[in-house]
Design a protein around this ligand. Structure first.
Ligand SMILES: Nc1ncnc2c1ncn2[C@@H]1O[C@H](COP(=O)(O)OP(=O)(O)OP(=O)(O)O)[C@@H](O)[C@H]1O
Ligand SMILES: [Mg+2]
Length: 265
């Protein structure tokens, strides 16, 4: 665990339940996330971890409960609205454009900001072409900054589909960072990676948290990683919360140990 200053609650999940027909994917889940924290969600396969992130970022609408982000409470908000509020995410299965270059993929994360700003300028100054172009240059510079930060300069123009899997995951992180999120939701960013790729990804997550001050909600199966980098951990099992606390508390929680042994982990 690192020693950054953890702030107030930025994201508060209150009594969230989610059903798919007869399947109760989530049952009455509550937990909060503090500013600048690395907050992990763990649990066996099918526990409801991805569903939880999907509720937070507006992909699913929970059947019960509410989510408060920076004091604003919502239960029905679409992904775009959540993104505009400052929540970005990466997906368990990569959502990149394989035929497009690294730089263009990361730029897609910037589109949200570009579109809203260009519209604002058009409203303020209908004939002004110059400011929009300057704006575009600033966005490109920001994307270049992310590319440097993630150390992927060598592949800027390479189609993403030609990159090794570990680098594709890094580009996906870059796309999310391009949104300049306050909260970053990461769904298994290290799944399928070799040890070296995992170490790199771990370092980038810690650097994002440290240098950009981004709050991170992380789903991860690798217990070593989770115990190393998390400030606090939520444990889900069959859609229910069975543990919540500092890594050491969670590691020694009997319900958690039982859930993992039972699931064959
Ligand atoms: N779109 C959906 N339609 C129907 N059932 C779903 C849907 N999404 C998730 N589920 C079900 O909800 C439960 C929780 O799934 P979820 O994907 O959230 O688990 P998870 O903890 O992310 O698992 P994994 O570790 O395998 O990624 C599972 O029983 C799953 O089959
Ligand atoms: Mg999942």
């Amino acid at each position: 665990m690192n020693t950054r200053k953890i702030g107030d609650v930025i994201l508060d999940i209150q009594n969230i339940s989610l059903r798919f027909g007869g399947v109760k994917a989530l049952t009455d889940i509550s937990f909060n996330v503090r500013e600048h924290e690395i907050r992990s969600i763990i649990g066996p396969n099918g526990a409801g971890k991805s569903s939880m992130l999907n509720c937070i970022n507006g992909v699913y609408t929970p059947s019960e409960g509410s989510i408060t982000f920076r004091g604003q409470t919502f239960s029905h908000m679409n992904s775009r609205q959540v993104a505009e509020m400052g929540v970005a995410r990466t997906f368990q299965n990569l959502a990149l454009f394989k035929g497009m270059s690294v730089i263009d993929n990361i730029m897609t994360g910037r589109n949200l900001k570009i579109r809203s700003n260009i519209l604002m300028q058009a409203l303020r100054n209908p004939l002004g072409i110059g400011p929009a172009q300057r704006e575009e240059i600033r966005h490109r510079e920001f994307v270049e900054h992310i590319i440097d930060f993630l150390e992927i300069q060598a592949w800027r123009k390479t189609p993403v589909g030609q990159l090794p899997y570990g680098l594709q995951k890094r580009v996906d992180l870059g796309r999310a960072l391009a949104m300049e999120p306050q909260v970053l939701l990461l769904d298994e960013p290290m799944a399928g990676m070799n040890v070296e790729e995992k170490q790199d990804m771990c370092r980038f997550i810690l650097d994002v948290n440290d240098e950009f001050g981004t709050t991170i909600v992380l789903i991860e199966h690798d217990m070593g990683v989770v115990m190393d980098i998390s400030d606090r951990v939520v444990v889900l099992d069959y859609g229910k919360k069975i543990g919540d606390g500092a890594p050491d508390e969670v590691r020694n929680n009997e319900d958690v140990i039982r859930a993992y042994l039972g699931a064959g982990h």
